[in-house]
Design a protein around this ligand. Sequence first.
Ligand code: GAL
Length: 416
Amino acid sequence: MRVLLKTKAAVVAVLMASTTMGAAEDVEVLHWWTSGGEAAALNVLKQDLEGQGIGWTDMPVAGGGGEQAMTVLRARVTAGNAPTAVQGLGFDILDWGNQGSLANLNDVAAKEGWDDVVPDALKSFAKVDGKWVSAPVNVHSTNWVWANKAVLDANGIAVPTSWEEFTAALETLKAAGVTPIAHGGQAWQDATVFDAVAMSVLGPDGYKAAFIDLDEETLGSDGMKEAFDRMAVIRANVDDNFSGRDWNLATAMVINGEAGFQMMGDWAKGEFLNADKVPGEDFLCFRFPGTADQVTFNADQFMMFDQGGAVSAEQAALASAILSPSFQSAFNVVKGSVPARTDVSDADFDACGKQGMKDLAAAAASGNLFGSMAHGHAAPASVKNAIYDVVTAHFNGEYDSETAVEELVDAVSIAK
Ligand code: GAL
């Protein structure tokens, strides 16, 4: 069964359908991996499980960033019908864990030595009160830019390394009649862009102070106003039809040369690969100018929902498959992310993947690795949503940068 949900109204239909889904020995997996690249990666996991004789009941809920999936999840849990395994991010995992909704994976984790190979940054979102409650699949990061190489070459544009070079490139593309930045106007996409822009202006200490420590002074600073000013520049360089566009359709604009750049997490690479494009030849990946040493990360994990007792054999098998080194390589090569274990070879990864692994290790070692605000790894959902509202309202021209800063301070102080 394949259900694509676009609206909250569809939740009811799902609730009804789900009661008839899935034999006892199947795993029912709720996720938002519905784009071409994402689905190709998910197939790696499905096939792995099928090879072990475990059936897969697919529960896809379309919507990048997972907001709609989380709405469906809340409805399912409220109805007493939680799926077996659910894709989750950061603070959402901790919330479900703290509510006691997740099964304890400590037996399989101990048997397989997860504590020794999963980095602390991920463990802090996978363990609650010393119990493993979810299985980390990958590490993505949000401060990337994706570019069409032929478009850049044709316009004499080198990879920009500063905000000034980036804005000069945008001007050149605009003059050439190419959409400078492919963007989808959805709150989570606006926020993904903001992750990188804020990091580039505020620096690592300022990013942490604003989005992780929720420091009022930093949220209300001149630097934050500058970040909003830069968002307005980005807004001036997207096409007229950006509103509501799905992220993968924006990626397609870069793939087919309609646009020069996309600022997006490295799941975008999955779309390029799915279209048979080669990094370095057809497309380029680079860190957003001014964030070369930083990584704003988000890690997809599968939360195992308590089905009324100990973790089931299928849940343990799924968790074990996810953490296996061969799966971590095979899946992340396709997905665009990098492994959630530190002991996986980069041999099978392309140039962007190898860079991603190197950047992650270097950022972790130098104290430059931070949870992505946009993808739920900096602050709880209430704060994240409050920031989303301000970033999107400003992006859509509802108010100027000075007002945006004031709104941000207020919204965060109410939400936290
Ligand atoms: C992120 C998720 C990625 C990718 C992206 C777009 O939140 O971590 O795996 O799916 O959304 O859908």
